[in-house]
Design a protein around this ligand. Structure first.
Ligand SMILES: [Zn+2]
Length: 116
């Protein structure tokens, strides 16, 4: 995939993530307002899991957003498409599926294991 195509796709993903993050932030704020009111314990439990779910989705969206921003930065400096850990080329198919991928499959596996 050439960098012009990659940049276009990354910018689309970035715009979409920013829209979802804005919506999720609104939901999270609403959850907080709701939890200020006294309520019966059954409702409190339902609201808590709802707000935890929003927070979890928000976290995932923010993480992907920062990966997309990093990938756009790598396009700028000319290192896009090479693994940030070992410097070998990230396979085309992997970039097609996940344009923000920063690592080749084997480095990604090692990295994910280290973070557990
Ligand atoms: Zn690698």
């Amino acid at each position: 995939m050439d960098t012009a195509t990659a940049r276009k796709r990354l910018e689309e993903i970035q715009a979409e993530l920013e829209r979802s993050i804005a919506v999720l932030k609104g939901e999270a704020e609403q959850d907080e307002r709701v939890s200020d009111y006294p309520q019966d314990p059954a409702d409190a439990g339902a609201n808590l899991s709802e707000s935890e779910r929003t927070q979890a989705v928000l976290f995932v969206a923010r993480t992907q957003h920062s990966q997309v921003v990093d990938a756009l930065r790598r396009i700028e400096i000319g290192t896009y498409g090479t693994c940030v850990d070992c410097g070998s080329a990230v396979p085309e198919g992997r970039l097609e599926a996940k344009p923000e991928a920063a690592r080749c499959v084997s480095c990604q596996g090692k990295w994910a294991r280290q973070r557990r």
